[in-house]
Write a protein that binds this ligand. Structure first.
Ligand code: CA
Length: 229
């Protein structure tokens, strides 16, 4: 019988954080392994194929971004970046390199656990109605095959970006508040940092909008949320 316990690879060089994570993961009955360097992370991932990766970016022998790229060569297991760095640009780079989500240190364990559950669940927000395709301007979403095209080219969306896009399309014309989107996508709205959604919207717009600073599809409702045109 296959064991149902999920395995998490923790890539982190800070002993205090490793301790904090492993105590919680034991309580949650997750199996885990710990890697303290880029090299160790890549070899453990290739050897054991964990279900999910928690990744620090600042590692003694390199940048966690290298770990994301190596993982993405062979698998699409969810990668959650846990970084002390505040720069939005770096988070966007991590998402572009193939990370699924990120949490900024210091973080609440409850929030990280909610992100882990969301990433492992991989549920998709299904659009209402029977249409399996959605088209607007140069944007085309094929829900059946999970394919997104913009400007005649296929674009790769992370699972979270895809969920956000589906949610917006399913509610097109309506204003969705930040709280509503956070709750629908991550299942958790308390304590989620305000910038989280902004970062995902920035990467999503860059992928589907011809000119991200003058969006044609995803409109910002200042101070409230977002609306799909
Ligand atoms: Ca570090």
């Amino acid at each position: 019988m296959k064991e149902d316990r999920k395995t998490i690879l923790i890539v982190e060089d800070d002993r205090y954080i490793i301790h904090f994570l492993t105590v919680s993961f034991k309580e949650e009955a997750y199996a885990f392994q710990v890697a303290g360097t880029v090299k160790e992370a890549v070899s453990l991932f290739y050897a054991n194929r964990p279900d999910l990766v928690i990744l620090d970016l600042g590692l003694p022998d390199g940048n966690g971004m290298e770990v994301i790229r190596s993982i993405r060569e062979i698998a699409d297991s969810p990668v959650i970046v846990v970084s002390a760095r505040q720069e939005e640009e770096e988070k966007i780079q991590a998402l572009d390199a193939g990370a699924d989500d990120y949490v900024t240190k210091p973080f609440y364990m409850g929030e990280l656990l909610a992100r882990i559950r969301a990433a492992l669940r991989k549920t998709e927000v299904r659009p209402q109605g029977k249409n399996t395709c959605f088209e607007q301007g140069d944007l085309r979403v094929d829900f059946e095959n999970r394919r997104v095209e913009a400007g005649g080219k296929e674009v790769h969306l992370t699972p979270i970006e895809y969920k956000i896009l589906n949610l917006l399309i399913a509610n097109r014309g309506k204003v969705l508040t930040h709280h509503y989107i956070l709750k629908e996508i991550w299942g958790y709205e308390e304590g989620v940092e305000a910038g989280t959604l902004r970062v995902f919207m920035a990467t999503l717009r860059r992928k589907i909008e011809k000119n991200p600073s003058e969006p044609q599809h995803i409109m910002t409702e200042v101070g409230v949320g977002y609306r799909f045109r």
